[in-house]
Design a protein around this ligand. Sequence first.
Ligand SMILES: CC(C)(COP(=O)(O)OP(=O)(O)OC[C@H]1O[C@@H](n2cnc3c(N)ncnc32)[C@H](O)[C@@H]1OP(=O)(O)O)[C@@H](O)C(=O)NCCC(=O)NCCS
Length: 147
Amino acid sequence: MNQAEVRIRALEDTDIGDITALDEKLGGKYRPEVWERRLGYYMRRDPDSSSVAEADGRVVGFMLGEVRSGEFGLEEPTGWIEVLGVDPDYRGSAVGRRLAERVLESFRARGATHVRTLVDEEMAGIGDFFVALGFEPAPMRPFVKRF
Ligand SMILES: CC(C)(COP(=O)(O)OP(=O)(O)OC[C@H]1O[C@@H](n2cnc3c(N)ncnc32)[C@H](O)[C@@H]1OP(=O)(O)O)[C@@H](O)C(=O)NCCC(=O)NCCS
């Protein structure tokens, strides 16, 4: 695949349909109300940092996040990468890397000094992706309590 065919740009609210379809392709569930709420949140909070990859006239990848500070004892402004996905047909061609470059540049422009994310240890590929991008394990432990 020719990388030049994939364009990286800011998230737009008209991407909801494509992202819902891509999420269904990745996870097997059609969840339009989840994506309407989630994309609405990022569009309101920080429409420029969240990014999509477009090819053949549709969204083939997305990375959503925002800059926050003062949470979890972290005072420094931190760019949080919270959701990402690349269409399996477009993986292995630096689409994820190019999405991250745009998102990180935008975080930096908003004053972030660090970028963080959380990865489920069972999803090893995603962890390896972040390591390839220069991320390293952080000394924070997630805790969970089930209801
Ligand atoms: C992780 C993911 C975003 C990678 O996208 P991609 O476009 O294939 O990644 P890239 O081609 O840009 O890869 C960038 C680097 O990461 C590495 N990498 C990517 N996926 C990897 C994997 N599964 N295992 C090991 N390394 C991987 C690549 O080798 C590359 O390294 P290099 O530049 O040193 O050669 C994609 O596989 C994905 O969407 N996975 C599912 C995400 C998901 O489940 N999201 C829901 C929870 S938020």
